[in-house]
Design a protein around this ligand. Structure first.
Ligand code: OGA
Ligand code: NI
Length: 358
Protein backbone atom coordinates (compact mmCIF):
# COMPACT_ATOMS: atom_id res chain seq x y z
CA UNK A 1 0.00 0.00 0.00
CA UNK A 2 1.13 3.52 -0.81
CA UNK A 3 2.87 5.11 2.20
CA UNK A 4 1.32 8.47 1.35
CA UNK A 5 -2.02 6.94 2.26
CA UNK A 6 -1.11 5.93 5.80
CA UNK A 7 -2.38 9.07 7.42
CA UNK A 8 -3.90 12.47 6.80
CA UNK A 9 -1.40 15.26 6.08
CA UNK A 10 -2.95 17.59 8.66
CA UNK A 11 -5.03 17.07 11.82
CA UNK A 12 -8.68 16.49 10.94
CA UNK A 13 -11.26 18.97 12.17
CA UNK A 14 -14.89 17.96 11.73
CA UNK A 15 -16.79 20.65 9.85
CA UNK A 16 -19.73 20.01 12.14
CA UNK A 17 -17.68 21.14 15.15
CA UNK A 18 -16.72 24.39 13.39
CA UNK A 19 -20.33 25.02 12.42
CA UNK A 20 -21.58 24.29 15.92
CA UNK A 21 -19.02 26.65 17.49
CA UNK A 22 -21.10 29.46 15.99
CA UNK A 23 -18.17 31.05 14.12
CA UNK A 24 -19.32 33.85 11.80
CA UNK A 25 -16.39 33.34 9.43
CA UNK A 26 -15.18 30.10 7.93
CA UNK A 27 -11.51 29.16 8.45
CA UNK A 28 -9.18 30.11 5.62
CA UNK A 29 -8.64 26.50 4.54
CA UNK A 30 -12.28 26.28 3.35
CA UNK A 31 -12.17 29.47 1.27
CA UNK A 32 -12.07 28.56 -2.42
CA UNK A 33 -10.24 30.47 -5.12
CA UNK A 34 -12.56 33.01 -6.71
CA UNK A 35 -13.07 30.97 -9.88
CA UNK A 36 -14.12 27.92 -7.82
CA UNK A 37 -16.75 29.66 -5.72
CA UNK A 38 -20.42 28.82 -6.22
CA UNK A 39 -21.37 32.06 -7.96
CA UNK A 40 -18.93 31.66 -10.84
CA UNK A 41 -19.80 31.21 -13.62
CA UNK A 42 -23.21 32.78 -13.14
CA UNK A 43 -24.83 30.61 -15.78
CA UNK A 44 -28.09 32.14 -16.95
CA UNK A 45 -29.11 28.99 -18.80
CA UNK A 46 -28.73 26.94 -15.65
CA UNK A 47 -31.75 28.55 -14.09
CA UNK A 48 -34.37 27.08 -16.38
CA UNK A 49 -32.84 23.68 -16.91
CA UNK A 50 -33.32 20.54 -14.90
CA UNK A 51 -32.17 16.96 -15.16
CA UNK A 52 -34.70 14.50 -16.66
CA UNK A 53 -37.27 12.83 -14.42
CA UNK A 54 -38.01 9.20 -15.32
CA UNK A 55 -40.80 6.94 -14.05
CA UNK A 56 -39.11 3.55 -13.64
CA UNK A 57 -42.46 1.89 -12.93
CA UNK A 58 -43.08 2.07 -16.67
CA UNK A 59 -40.30 -0.49 -17.24
CA UNK A 60 -42.87 -3.00 -16.00
CA UNK A 61 -45.67 -1.62 -18.19
CA UNK A 62 -46.62 -2.42 -21.77
CA UNK A 63 -43.91 -3.15 -24.31
CA UNK A 64 -44.33 0.35 -25.72
CA UNK A 65 -44.03 1.97 -22.30
CA UNK A 66 -41.04 -0.16 -21.43
CA UNK A 67 -39.21 0.73 -24.65
CA UNK A 68 -39.95 4.43 -24.21
CA UNK A 69 -38.62 4.32 -20.65
CA UNK A 70 -35.45 2.50 -21.67
CA UNK A 71 -34.92 5.12 -24.33
CA UNK A 72 -35.45 7.92 -21.80
CA UNK A 73 -32.86 6.37 -19.46
CA UNK A 74 -30.32 5.93 -22.25
CA UNK A 75 -30.90 9.49 -23.51
CA UNK A 76 -30.45 10.88 -19.98
CA UNK A 77 -27.21 8.92 -19.55
CA UNK A 78 -25.90 10.17 -22.89
CA UNK A 79 -26.90 13.78 -22.59
CA UNK A 80 -26.89 14.56 -18.88
CA UNK A 81 -25.21 11.64 -17.14
CA UNK A 82 -27.94 12.19 -14.53
CA UNK A 83 -31.65 11.67 -13.99
CA UNK A 84 -34.18 11.56 -11.17
CA UNK A 85 -35.89 8.21 -10.80
CA UNK A 86 -39.44 8.07 -9.46
CA UNK A 87 -41.43 4.88 -8.87
CA UNK A 88 -38.10 3.14 -8.46
CA UNK A 89 -39.40 0.30 -6.33
CA UNK A 90 -37.20 0.97 -3.31
CA UNK A 91 -39.23 0.70 -0.10
CA UNK A 92 -40.23 4.23 0.99
CA UNK A 93 -40.25 3.36 4.71
CA UNK A 94 -36.75 1.95 4.41
CA UNK A 95 -35.61 5.19 2.78
CA UNK A 96 -37.07 7.20 5.68
CA UNK A 97 -35.44 4.89 8.21
CA UNK A 98 -32.12 5.21 6.45
CA UNK A 99 -32.23 8.99 6.70
CA UNK A 100 -33.37 8.85 10.33
CA UNK A 101 -30.63 6.49 11.58
CA UNK A 102 -27.88 8.40 9.86
CA UNK A 103 -29.15 11.73 11.08
CA UNK A 104 -29.08 10.23 14.54
CA UNK A 105 -25.50 9.12 13.96
CA UNK A 106 -24.36 12.60 12.96
CA UNK A 107 -26.10 14.00 16.04
CA UNK A 108 -24.06 11.77 18.38
CA UNK A 109 -21.41 13.52 20.48
CA UNK A 110 -18.18 14.18 18.59
CA UNK A 111 -16.16 11.83 20.87
CA UNK A 112 -18.48 9.02 19.87
CA UNK A 113 -18.09 9.66 16.14
CA UNK A 114 -14.33 10.17 16.41
CA UNK A 115 -13.97 6.59 17.65
CA UNK A 116 -14.71 5.65 14.05
CA UNK A 117 -12.39 8.25 12.49
CA UNK A 118 -11.14 7.11 9.09
CA UNK A 119 -7.74 7.03 7.40
CA UNK A 120 -6.93 7.56 3.73
CA UNK A 121 -6.00 3.86 3.34
CA UNK A 122 -9.59 2.75 2.83
CA UNK A 123 -11.59 5.83 3.82
CA UNK A 124 -13.96 3.60 5.81
CA UNK A 125 -15.46 5.38 8.79
CA UNK A 126 -16.12 8.94 9.85
CA UNK A 127 -14.21 11.54 7.89
CA UNK A 128 -13.99 15.16 6.85
CA UNK A 129 -11.63 15.27 3.93
CA UNK A 130 -10.94 13.65 0.58
CA UNK A 131 -7.39 13.50 -0.69
CA UNK A 132 -4.06 13.77 1.12
CA UNK A 133 -2.54 16.81 -0.57
CA UNK A 134 -1.04 18.98 2.17
CA UNK A 135 -2.45 22.51 2.22
CA UNK A 136 -5.39 21.65 -0.06
CA UNK A 137 -8.51 23.77 0.15
CA UNK A 138 -11.09 21.68 1.99
CA UNK A 139 -14.78 21.10 1.45
CA UNK A 140 -17.50 22.08 3.92
CA UNK A 141 -18.78 18.60 4.74
CA UNK A 142 -18.30 15.50 6.89
CA UNK A 143 -19.15 11.98 5.80
CA UNK A 144 -19.30 8.35 6.75
CA UNK A 145 -17.95 5.86 4.24
CA UNK A 146 -18.50 2.09 4.29
CA UNK A 147 -18.20 -0.99 2.09
CA UNK A 148 -21.07 -3.43 1.55
CA UNK A 149 -19.89 -5.77 -1.19
CA UNK A 150 -17.99 -7.95 -1.72
CA UNK A 151 -18.66 -9.50 1.67
CA UNK A 152 -14.96 -9.76 2.42
CA UNK A 153 -14.69 -5.95 2.17
CA UNK A 154 -17.53 -5.35 4.61
CA UNK A 155 -15.94 -4.59 7.95
CA UNK A 156 -18.49 -4.19 10.73
CA UNK A 157 -15.73 -3.04 13.10
CA UNK A 158 -15.74 0.20 11.16
CA UNK A 159 -19.53 0.63 11.17
CA UNK A 160 -21.44 2.57 13.83
CA UNK A 161 -22.95 0.51 16.63
CA UNK A 162 -25.20 3.45 17.51
CA UNK A 163 -28.00 3.78 16.66
CA UNK A 164 -28.48 0.05 17.15
CA UNK A 165 -30.63 -0.35 14.03
CA UNK A 166 -28.08 1.36 11.78
CA UNK A 167 -26.42 -1.85 10.64
CA UNK A 168 -29.55 -3.71 9.67
CA UNK A 169 -31.17 -0.77 7.93
CA UNK A 170 -28.00 0.15 6.04
CA UNK A 171 -27.50 -3.43 4.84
CA UNK A 172 -31.09 -3.72 3.63
CA UNK A 173 -30.90 -0.32 1.96
CA UNK A 174 -27.69 -1.47 0.23
CA UNK A 175 -29.41 -4.62 -1.01
CA UNK A 176 -32.30 -2.70 -2.52
CA UNK A 177 -29.93 -0.19 -4.11
CA UNK A 178 -27.87 -3.00 -5.66
CA UNK A 179 -31.07 -4.46 -7.13
CA UNK A 180 -32.03 -1.13 -8.62
CA UNK A 181 -28.56 -0.75 -10.13
CA UNK A 182 -28.78 -4.30 -11.51
CA UNK A 183 -31.93 -3.31 -13.38
CA UNK A 184 -30.35 -0.13 -14.70
CA UNK A 185 -27.28 -2.07 -15.88
CA UNK A 186 -29.59 -4.25 -17.96
CA UNK A 187 -31.33 -1.24 -19.47
CA UNK A 188 -28.01 0.39 -20.30
CA UNK A 189 -26.68 -2.84 -21.87
CA UNK A 190 -29.74 -3.28 -24.11
CA UNK A 191 -29.64 0.38 -25.09
CA UNK A 192 -26.05 -0.08 -26.28
CA UNK A 193 -27.31 -2.84 -28.57
CA UNK A 194 -25.63 -5.47 -26.40
CA UNK A 195 -26.73 -8.53 -24.53
CA UNK A 196 -28.89 -7.78 -21.47
CA UNK A 197 -26.22 -9.06 -19.04
CA UNK A 198 -23.29 -7.46 -20.83
CA UNK A 199 -22.37 -4.64 -18.44
CA UNK A 200 -22.96 -6.71 -15.33
CA UNK A 201 -20.68 -9.40 -16.65
CA UNK A 202 -17.96 -6.89 -17.50
CA UNK A 203 -18.29 -5.64 -13.93
CA UNK A 204 -17.51 -9.12 -12.62
CA UNK A 205 -21.01 -10.64 -12.40
CA UNK A 206 -21.85 -11.42 -8.77
CA UNK A 207 -18.50 -10.07 -7.67
CA UNK A 208 -19.33 -6.41 -8.15
CA UNK A 209 -18.45 -3.98 -5.36
CA UNK A 210 -20.80 -1.64 -3.54
CA UNK A 211 -20.13 1.08 -1.01
CA UNK A 212 -21.84 4.07 0.45
CA UNK A 213 -21.01 7.57 1.52
CA UNK A 214 -23.39 9.33 3.84
CA UNK A 215 -22.69 13.04 3.49
CA UNK A 216 -23.43 15.60 6.17
CA UNK A 217 -23.18 19.27 5.18
CA UNK A 218 -23.55 21.53 8.24
CA UNK A 219 -24.93 25.05 7.92
CA UNK A 220 -22.26 27.33 6.55
CA UNK A 221 -21.95 30.97 7.66
CA UNK A 222 -20.32 32.01 4.35
CA UNK A 223 -21.77 29.74 1.66
CA UNK A 224 -20.66 32.09 -1.13
CA UNK A 225 -16.98 31.32 -0.36
CA UNK A 226 -16.93 27.53 -0.27
CA UNK A 227 -18.44 24.26 -1.49
CA UNK A 228 -19.86 21.27 0.35
CA UNK A 229 -18.20 18.99 -2.19
CA UNK A 230 -15.87 20.14 -4.97
CA UNK A 231 -16.57 19.31 -8.61
CA UNK A 232 -15.93 15.66 -9.35
CA UNK A 233 -17.22 12.78 -11.40
CA UNK A 234 -17.94 9.56 -9.53
CA UNK A 235 -15.16 7.01 -10.10
CA UNK A 236 -17.31 3.86 -10.07
CA UNK A 237 -20.08 2.48 -12.27
CA UNK A 238 -23.41 3.91 -11.18
CA UNK A 239 -24.36 6.14 -8.26
CA UNK A 240 -27.77 6.39 -6.63
CA UNK A 241 -28.15 9.46 -4.46
CA UNK A 242 -30.80 9.98 -1.85
CA UNK A 243 -30.98 13.72 -1.25
CA UNK A 244 -33.06 15.82 1.10
CA UNK A 245 -35.92 17.32 -0.93
CA UNK A 246 -36.25 20.25 1.46
CA UNK A 247 -32.71 21.56 0.97
CA UNK A 248 -31.15 21.67 -2.48
CA UNK A 249 -27.39 21.67 -2.89
CA UNK A 250 -26.41 19.30 -5.69
CA UNK A 251 -25.46 20.94 -8.97
CA UNK A 252 -24.69 19.19 -12.25
CA UNK A 253 -22.38 20.53 -14.95
CA UNK A 254 -24.07 21.50 -18.20
CA UNK A 255 -21.47 23.11 -20.51
CA UNK A 256 -20.30 26.23 -18.68
CA UNK A 257 -23.29 26.19 -16.34
CA UNK A 258 -24.13 24.46 -13.10
CA UNK A 259 -27.70 23.20 -13.02
CA UNK A 260 -29.25 22.88 -9.56
CA UNK A 261 -31.09 19.64 -8.88
CA UNK A 262 -34.38 20.07 -7.04
CA UNK A 263 -35.10 16.61 -5.71
CA UNK A 264 -38.69 15.45 -6.04
CA UNK A 265 -39.95 13.97 -2.76
CA UNK A 266 -39.46 10.21 -2.91
CA UNK A 267 -37.17 10.35 -5.95
CA UNK A 268 -33.65 8.97 -6.18
CA UNK A 269 -30.98 10.67 -8.26
CA UNK A 270 -29.07 8.32 -10.56
CA UNK A 271 -25.81 9.15 -12.25
CA UNK A 272 -23.29 7.48 -14.50
CA UNK A 273 -19.78 6.98 -13.10
CA UNK A 274 -16.42 6.92 -14.86
CA UNK A 275 -16.32 3.12 -15.33
CA UNK A 276 -19.55 3.10 -17.37
CA UNK A 277 -18.19 5.95 -19.43
CA UNK A 278 -15.06 3.87 -20.09
CA UNK A 279 -16.91 0.59 -20.84
CA UNK A 280 -19.42 2.32 -23.11
CA UNK A 281 -16.55 4.05 -24.93
CA UNK A 282 -18.02 7.43 -23.89
CA UNK A 283 -21.56 6.74 -25.13
CA UNK A 284 -22.77 7.31 -21.57
CA UNK A 285 -21.28 10.26 -19.75
CA UNK A 286 -19.97 10.55 -16.24
CA UNK A 287 -20.71 14.19 -15.55
CA UNK A 288 -19.10 16.61 -13.10
CA UNK A 289 -21.19 17.60 -10.15
CA UNK A 290 -20.67 19.56 -6.93
CA UNK A 291 -22.49 20.55 -3.78
CA UNK A 292 -23.15 24.11 -2.60
CA UNK A 293 -23.81 24.88 1.04
CA UNK A 294 -26.19 27.32 2.66
CA UNK A 295 -26.48 29.32 5.88
CA UNK A 296 -30.06 28.40 6.71
CA UNK A 297 -30.12 24.62 6.85
CA UNK A 298 -27.89 21.60 7.16
CA UNK A 299 -28.21 18.94 4.50
CA UNK A 300 -27.69 15.18 4.43
CA UNK A 301 -27.40 12.84 1.47
CA UNK A 302 -26.73 9.13 0.99
CA UNK A 303 -24.64 8.21 -2.04
CA UNK A 304 -24.66 4.53 -3.01
CA UNK A 305 -21.88 3.44 -5.37
CA UNK A 306 -22.15 0.39 -7.63
CA UNK A 307 -18.68 -0.55 -8.82
CA UNK A 308 -16.88 -3.16 -10.90
CA UNK A 309 -14.94 -5.96 -9.21
CA UNK A 310 -11.84 -4.07 -8.25
CA UNK A 311 -9.14 -6.11 -10.00
CA UNK A 312 -10.65 -6.40 -13.48
CA UNK A 313 -9.17 -4.17 -16.17
CA UNK A 314 -11.88 -1.81 -17.39
CA UNK A 315 -11.69 -0.76 -21.00
CA UNK A 316 -14.06 0.15 -23.82
CA UNK A 317 -16.19 -2.85 -24.84
CA UNK A 318 -14.79 -4.31 -28.05
CA UNK A 319 -18.32 -4.42 -29.43
CA UNK A 320 -18.46 -0.64 -29.25
CA UNK A 321 -15.15 0.03 -30.92
CA UNK A 322 -15.28 0.68 -34.64
CA UNK A 323 -13.05 2.26 -37.22
CA UNK A 324 -14.94 5.53 -36.76
CA UNK A 325 -14.99 5.20 -33.03
CA UNK A 326 -11.63 3.92 -31.79
CA UNK A 327 -11.16 3.03 -28.11
CA UNK A 328 -11.20 6.26 -26.12
CA UNK A 329 -9.54 4.90 -22.95
CA UNK A 330 -6.66 2.75 -21.82
CA UNK A 331 -7.45 -0.23 -19.56
CA UNK A 332 -7.13 0.21 -15.82
CA UNK A 333 -8.46 -1.72 -12.84
CA UNK A 334 -10.81 0.04 -10.45
CA UNK A 335 -8.24 -0.51 -7.68
CA UNK A 336 -5.61 1.42 -9.61
CA UNK A 337 -8.13 4.03 -10.59
CA UNK A 338 -9.37 4.86 -7.14
CA UNK A 339 -5.86 5.15 -5.80
CA UNK A 340 -5.57 8.41 -7.76
CA UNK A 341 -8.72 9.69 -6.18
CA UNK A 342 -7.76 8.69 -2.69
CA UNK A 343 -4.61 10.76 -3.06
CA UNK A 344 -5.88 13.76 -4.94
CA UNK A 345 -9.47 14.14 -3.78
CA UNK A 346 -12.16 15.60 -6.03
CA UNK A 347 -10.61 17.03 -9.19
CA UNK A 348 -13.35 17.34 -11.74
CA UNK A 349 -13.04 14.89 -14.59
CA UNK A 350 -9.26 14.90 -14.73
CA UNK A 351 -9.02 11.24 -13.68
CA UNK A 352 -11.09 9.77 -16.46
CA UNK A 353 -9.61 12.23 -18.95
CA UNK A 354 -6.14 11.05 -18.00
CA UNK A 355 -7.06 7.56 -19.26
CA UNK A 356 -7.61 8.85 -22.74
CA UNK A 357 -5.85 6.74 -25.34
CA UNK A 358 -3.31 8.79 -27.25
C1 OGA B 1 -21.06 12.11 -3.84
C2 OGA B 1 -21.92 13.24 -4.28
C3 OGA B 1 -23.76 14.74 -3.82
C4 OGA B 1 -24.58 15.23 -2.68
O1 OGA B 1 -21.16 11.73 -2.64
O2 OGA B 1 -20.29 11.61 -4.68
O3 OGA B 1 -21.77 13.69 -5.37
O4 OGA B 1 -25.58 15.89 -2.96
N1 OGA B 1 -22.83 13.73 -3.42
O5 OGA B 1 -24.22 14.99 -1.53
NI1 NI C 1 -20.53 12.41 -6.57
Amino acid sequence: MDSQLNEWPEPIVAVQSIAESGAALIPECYVKAIADRPAAPAGAAGKDLSIPVIDLGRLGGSAVECRATMRAIADACREWGFFQAVNHGVDADLVDEMVAVWREFFYLPMEEKKKLANSPQTYEGYGSRLGVEKGATLDWGDYFYLHLLPNCAKNFDKWPTKPASCRKITEEYGRQMANLCGTLMKVLSISLGLDVGFLQEKFGGDEIGTCMRINYYPKCPQPELTLGLSPHSDPGGLTVLLADHRVSGLQVRRGADWVTVNPIPGALIVNVGDQIQVLSNATYKSVDHRVVTNAAAERMSVAFFFNPKCDLPMEPARELVTQDRPPMYRPMTFNQYRLFIRKKGPMGKSHVDSLQAM
